[in-house]
Design a protein around this ligand. Structure first.
Ligand code: PMT
Length: 397
């Protein structure tokens, strides 16, 4: 089982099986998930919030109208945060409520607002389970892609024998694990650089380039989808990232290099997508250069260290992927970079074509290794990114 990078929201409702929710949390956490817990008022009659808080390591959420909770992580944030929502135990009342889209408490509002995969593990008396209204409700939920786990057959708390017991925690967690796609790079740590760097001349002026960060951020998104743990070292751009990405904002090439060195010892795959400034001013003016004082200004530039070459040279056990932004002889020049920088793979793009490359939502690339070359025709950057990650996973696995 692997729930690395998965945010799981466990909703506990008021049934005797609520005591088993502690074990569910433990199993999710043991397999890498971050777990948050929502409790209904009646759930608290069966197990204390303190117990679930201690096991999940996160504060319990229990109220839709709690000013404090709403300002920290309110229902919409929780709805967006969750990759998976599990309602366990799920009472007959809760099933009816979800079926009818009620949002008069925290759990109902979150389920309505969320795009996460929703699973419910019913637990109730067998006659309540077999009742026509519960059965019809469940049919509706299934048709809305809500997965129903169980219930199991057996002896019930009330003494009846039949269907209605909550499925055992181990089986619930296993079923969810096998129903979500665990990506081909699960457990791998990928460090990606994105965007431009800024090399300051004085406090208000700098040298930079046209990179928007879109390609690098798309790679980070695709890397998360493939199950990896993702570090994104980004120059100054304003793009939202997936919450599972560890984002490090930097300005200059030197700062980028420092962060790369900090993260590389624990990195399996490095992707250098940033448009790192090749040069920086040799001298930094502490105060703004006054234009009144000068007609001509000479700015001496010195070379920045090549971060990609440095990574390939120092961190030999990592798989290193570079990009090549070229305007002519695109493939040949990229191939030279692959060899000169001793990379495992290079992605070439023609940045003279305004419809791709810098700042466009699309790209068209050649993916080149020492033994093969794959052409990826013009497509959205996220699709190109997914294909790059797929090819990387095929090469390393
Ligand atoms: O950000 P977008 O607007 O989405 O645009 C995407 C992109 C065009 C920036 C991207 O697809 C791309 O091509 N990135 C690499 C840009 C670049 O600097 O290419 P280069 O050929 O000059 O450099 C080759 C490689 O060396 C790159 O992986 C670069 O990150 C790396 N490099 C360069 C200089 C330096 N000092 N250190 C480096 O690590």
């Amino acid at each position: 089982m692997n729930f690395l990078n998965k945010n799981i929201l466990l909703c506990v409702t008021g049934g005797i099986a609520a005591y088993k929710s502690a074990e569910i949390i433990r199993l999710f956490k043991k397999n890498g998930a971050d777990v948050r817990v929502v409790m209904t008022e009646s759930a608290k009659e069966f197990i204390t919030p303190l117990t679930l808080q201690a096991i999940s390591g996160n504060e319990i959420h229990d109220s839709l109208l709690d000013v404090k909770a709403e300002s920290a992580m309110g229902h919409i944030e929780l709805a967006k945060w969750a990759d998976i929502i599990l309602v366990a135990p799920c009472t007959a009342e809760t099933i009816a409520k979800i079926t009818h889209g009620r949002a008069n408490d925290l759990m109902g509002a979150i389920i309505l607002a969320s795009k996460a995969s929703v699973f419910i593990a019913p637990a109730m008396n067998m006659n309540m389970w077999l009742d026509q209204s519960t059965q019809e409700n469940c049919k509706k939920l299934s048709s809305r892609s809500i997965s129903i786990i169980g219930p199991a057959d057996g002896e019930q708390a009330c003494g009846d024998i039949g269907p209605g017991r909550m499925v055992d925690p181990e089986n619930i967690v296993e079923l969810i694990s096998s129903s979500i796609k665990i990506g081909p790079l699960a457990g791998k740590v990928i460090t990606i650089t994105a965007g431009p760097t800024r090399e300051q001349i004085d406090p208000v002026r700098f040298i930079s380039n046209n990179s928007s960060g879109k390609m690098g951020y798309a790679l980070a998104e695709a890397a998360i989808e493939s199950g990896a743990l993702v570090n994104l070292i980004s120059g100054p751009v304003s793009i939202d990232t997936n919450k599972s990405v560890s984002l490090y904002k930097i300005n200059s090439a030197n700062e980028m290099l420092e962060k790369v060195d900090e993260l590389m010892p624990n990195t399996d795959i490095f992707i250098g997508c940033a448009a790192v400034s090749d040069f920086k001013p040799s001298h930094y003016y502490e105060n703004k250069i006054k234009k009144e004082d000068l007609n001509v200004i000479d700015i001496e530039l010195e070379k920045n260290e090549d971060i990609l070459s440095h990574v390939a040279k120092v961190y030999k056990s990592s798989y290193v992927v570079g990009f090549a932004a070229e305007t002519k002889n695109v493939k040949e020049n990229a191939r030279k970079k692959l060899l000169n920088k001793n990379l495992n793979m290079i992605i070439s793009n023609d940045v003279s074509d305004k419809s791709i490359g810098f700042d466009s939502d699309q790209n068209e690339v050649n993916l080149i290794t020492k033994s093969e070359s794959i052409f990826l025709k013009k497509d959205k950057k996220i699709r190109i990114a997914r294909e790059i990650l797929k090819q990387i996973s095929l090469n390393i696995n």
